[in-house]
Ligand binder design. Structure first.
Ligand code: DCP
Ligand code: MG
Length: 354
């Protein structure tokens, strides 16, 4: 039985800004965006009470919370803190897998300090993070990555949620399907149509049936539902690209469907880029046709791609290069690569499905 901890900093960018500028403490703030344009990278908990959240257009955020203070993002500071917390993790184990700047999985089954209780170890991590960065983190402790990740979100901020082995099944059973990491909005809807609303419902499904309805991802849904998530914490994972793709239940034919699907996928890529804090210079569009023939089209630009508008412009340009006439499209994907920072081990681990 493994002992896995997932740690995630609370309101990360906003907490750093409030730490470094006492005038912002206790106030509703948004990092990123401005009074007039852009999107919110994250909001302080004071602002979240008004419904302000990550990826919300600034204008909407300001309307929801008129007292909202916009603070510019300071990437280099967030990277420094990220490095500090990683160094703390390495004091306990080398099995550290960062998912983004502010979160990581740790396998502490065997740890450098010989601490037998993962709960005590998580408490110590939280205490040290607080002492060394003046910031709070939330932790989830369990027997696999899936449960640990969801648990860390349960009692934010400054939370500690432990799901011991004997409670793992109950935990999964009671979990609404939307909370399953890796189940996107579209998949959740599809599951609702099949009367799958929570883990208990999902647990009634065989692997075969899930694969039949959800393709390859069906295997993953089965494994997490049956508490068979054996994915190791992978400390060497360095991603060189970041993307999203979607297989359609019925092939796309009309240009309108193709472009609107491509736009949704591009939006998902942008969300992941923001979350992972990466920008890059190469954009690739992948298309699989109904006959399974697959093509990719890439473009590399001189200036980094760091906005949705730019990414969308390039994705459309690439699609224009493809003759879509008389073709049915089975899969569309958008990928960003050629990152402009050297080390990117900070990208989301799971291939998230739509
Ligand atoms: N981020 C971003 N754009 C997004 C999502 C996140 O720029 N769409 C950045 C800002 C966040 C940081 O990544 O501070 C970490 O993301 P989290 O999802 O962990 O969110 P927070 O740490 O801000 O809040 P929480 O307390 O919910 O973890
Ligand atoms: Mg966080």
């Amino acid at each position: 039985m493994r002992k896995i901890i997932h740690i995630d900093m609370d309101a990360f960018y906003a907490a750093v800004e409030q730490r470094d500028n006492p005038g912002l403490r206790g106030k509703p703030i948004a990092v990123g965006g401005s009074e007039r344009r852009g999107v919110v990278a994250t909001a302080s908990y004071e602002a979240r009470k008004y419904g302000v959240h990550s990826a919300m257009p600034s204008l909407t955020a300001k309307r929801k919370c008129p007292a909202l203070i916009f603070v510019p993002s300071r990437s280099h500071v967030y990277r420094t803190v990220s490095k500090q917390i990683r160094d703390i993790f390495f004091d306990y184990t080398d099995l550290v897998e960062p998912l983004s700047l502010d979160e990581a999985f740790l396998d502490v089954t065997v740890n450098k300090k010989g601490i037998p209780s993962a709960t005590l170890l998580a408490k110590e991590l939280k205490r040290r993070i607080k002492a060394e960065t003046q910031l709070t983190a939330s932790a989830g402790v369990s027997i696999n990555k899936f449960i640990a990740k969801i648990a860390s979100d349960f009692q934010k901020p400054d939370g500690l949620t432990v799901v011991p082995p004997e409670r793992a099944v109950k935990f999964i059973e009671g979990l609404p399907i939307e909370k399953f990491y890796g189940v996107g909005k579209v998949t959740a809807k599809k599951m609702h149509k099949l009367s799958i609303y929570d883990g208990a419902d999902l647990r009634c499904w065989s692997k075969e049936k899930l694969v039949q309805y959800f393709g390859k991802s069906g295997n993953y849904y089965f494994d997490i539902a049956q508490v068979l998530d054996e994915r190791p914490v992978n400390p060497t994972r360095i991603r060189k690209s970041l993307g999203a793709e979607r297989t359609f239940r019925s092939d796309l034919v009309s240009n309108q469907d193709i472009y609107s699907s491509l736009k949704e996928i591009t939006e998902e890529v942008m969300r992941r880029m923001r979350k992972a804090n990466v920008t890059g210079k190469t954009v690739t569009v992948k298309i699989k046709f109904a006959d399974f023939r697959q093509i990719t089209r890439s473009i590399t630009v001189d200036n980094i791609v760091n906005s949705f508008d730019k990414l969308w412009e390039l994705a459309q340009k690439l699609l224009l290069k493809v003759n879509l006439e008389k073709h049915q499209i089975r899969l569309l994907g958008v990928t960003l690569s050629n990152f402009d920072i050297g080390e990117v081990s900070t990208v989301e681990q799971l291939e998230m499905q739509f």
